[in-house]
Structure formats: structure tokens, C-alpha cells
Write a protein that binds this ligand. Structure first.
Ligand SMILES: NC(=O)c1ccc[n+]([C@@H]2O[C@H](COP(=O)([O-])OP(=O)(O)OC[C@H]3O[C@@H](n4cnc5c(N)ncnc54)[C@H](OP(=O)(O)O)[C@@H]3O)[C@@H](O)[C@H]2O)c1
Length: 237
């Protein structure tokens, strides 16, 4: 039975993934990480708890030095770490004249540095047990986004990191996936496109379904490559 860690679990895609993963029969323990404790509790309340232990961990991923202890504590409590879902994300896109080192640092700290440190620490415990890491990048990381320099470049880094780690960690039987959602109806998207009607775009549950499929035992032939997740408006259903 598996232990699954999910960052960004307080809302949006991370919450949807947590709910979806709690329906997976092979997952026994799910650890929800984000800063907002009451929102994490809401996620936990929405999860199917049949046989699943849910632990909420209010934690600021900007505290990079504390991640080692965080991961060790999870391992000590549950005895394994099998699935890591790096979903937390930060976006404060600016055009070039307004891009500051502070903006770049904040964006890269959450989207890239925390993801790397968390993956490094979890990988210590994930070796040789058919484990999986899933990183959420963005279509903004692979196509031009004028005005979104820090966010888009941080997501390009996630795509690259995923490629590298898929090969580097393969010898330890750790698979690494990268999914890049397009427009998805969350708070992050609302901040980026306040005029958009969220009912007209992809929903978090759609991304969560893809994530759960990738993390299932049946998926054995994909890794590394960036998987674009988006709804094609020409295809209904
Ligand atoms: N929505 C889209 O259109 C879209 C498209 C492509 C990619 N993505 C990516 O999908 C992922 C999920 O985003 P979303 O759209 O679901 O956005 P969201 O609803 O804004 O969720 C972002 C999550 O990240 C967490 N987070 C942010 N800063 C954190 C910090 N310092 N420490 C711990 N957790 C932190 C937030 O939790 P707290 O605030 O509680 O800490 C929240 O749970 C992100 O990586 C985003 O870049 C989204």
C-alpha cells in the first residue's frame, strides 16, 4: 500500500488530484501540503477516506531548509514514500520592465527550487520500490508568453528538470512524469485572466484524472516527456 505526497493540495488542481488519488485502491496514506490549513482541511473533508489515511501538513515551500525534516517526518510516520505530486505553483507574471529579482526569486523558489529539494529528499526513500514523481509544469513553459517572463521560464525549467530526472532516477526504478496543463479553472488562472468565464475552460478534475492515470500501476511506458493536458474545444464529451 502506497504513501502519496501532494503539494498545492489546498485548492485547484492539487485539491482535485488529492480527491482523485483518494479513490485509488492501492494508496493508503495521502499527505496534503500547502500553507492554508483550513483549506487543506476542506480538501481532506472532500476526499474519499475509505481506507485512506489523510494527513494535512501546513507548510510554506519557500522554507527550503525545512524540507529535509518535513520529508523525514513523513517517512518516519508512514514507513514509505511512493508517489510525489509536485503541484504547488506561484504566478506573479510581469512584463520585462517590471520584472525584478525579487519576482524571479519568489517564482523560482516555489516553482523550481522547492520542487527540486522536495524531489531530492523524497528520492532518498523512493528508491527501488517502483515509485513515481509527477511534476506539474505548464504550456507557458513551452510556448511564448509575452509578459509572463518569470512564470513561463520557471515552468520551462520544470520541463527540463523532469526530462533530466526521468533518466537520472530510472536506475532506482523511480519514474518521473511532467504534465503541462493549458488553461484550467483555478484561482491561479483567475488571477491571470480575470475576464475569462471559468466554465468555458478545462476543470481541475480533468487534470486530476490524467494525473491519476499516469500514477496508476498500469502506466509503465511513459515518462520524462512533457505531456500537454488541455481540452480541445472541437471535441465534446
Ligand atoms: N490553472 C491553470 O490554468 C494552470 C495551467 C498550467 C499550469 N498550472 C500549474 O498547476 C499547478 C496548480 O495550480 P492551480 O492552477 O491549481 O493554482 P492554485 O489554485 O492557485 O493553487 C496553487 C497551490 O499552490 C500552493 N502554494 C503556492 N505557494 C505555496 C507555498 N509557498 N508553499 C506551499 N504551497 C504553496 C497553494 O497553496 P497555499 O496558498 O495554501 O499555500 C495552492 O494549493 C501550479 O503549478 C500551476 O503553475 C496551472
Amino acid at each position: 500500500m502506497k504513501t502519496c505526497i501532494i503539494t498545492g493540495a489546498s485548492q485547484g488542481i492539487g485539491r482535485a488530484a488529492a480527491i482523485r488519488m483518494s479513490e485509488e485502491p492501492g494508496v493508503r496514506n495521502i499527505v496534503l501540503i500547502a500553507r492554508n490549513e483550513s483549506a487543506l482541511e476542506e480538501t481532506a473533508a472532500a476526499m474519499n477516506r475509505h481506507g485512506t489515511n489523510v494527513k494535512i501538513v501546513p507548510f510554506d515551500l519557500a522554507d527550503l531548509d525545512a524540507i529535509e525534516g518535513l520529508v523525514k517526518g513523513i517517512y518516519d510516520e508512514f514507513g514509505s514514500i511512493d508517489l510525489l505530486l509536485n503541484i504547488a505553483g506561484y504566478a506573479d507574471p510581469r512584463s520585462l520592465p517590471d520584472t525584478t529579482i525579487e519576482n524571479l526569486t519568489r517564482t523560482f523558489t516555489i516553482n523550481v527550487f522547492a520542487l527540486v529539494v522536495l524531489t531530492r529528499e523524497c528520492a532518498k526513500y523512493m528508491r527501488n520500490r517502483q515509485s513515481k514523481v509527477l511534476n506539474v509544469a505548464s504550456t507557458a513553459g513551452v510556448t511564448s508568453r509575452p509578459g509572463w517572463l518569470s512564470y513561463a521560464s520557471s515552468k520551462a525549467a520544470v520541463v527540463s528538470i523532469s526530462n533530466t530526472l526521468a533518466d537520472e532516477l530510472a536506475e532506482y526504478q523511480i519514474k518521473v512524469y511532467c504534465v503541462s496543463p493549458g488553461r484550467c479553472a483555478t484561482e491561479l488562472r483567475r488571477a491571470l485572466a480575470p475576464e475569462e468565464d471559468p466554465s468555458t475552460i478545462m476543470q481541475p478534475s480533468h487534470v486530476a484524472d490524467v494525473i491519476a492515470n499516469l500514477l496508476s500501476d498500469e502506466e509503465t511506458c511513459l515518462d520524462g516527456q512533457n505531456i500537454i493536458v488541455r481540452q480541445n474545444p472541437s471535441i465534446s464529451g
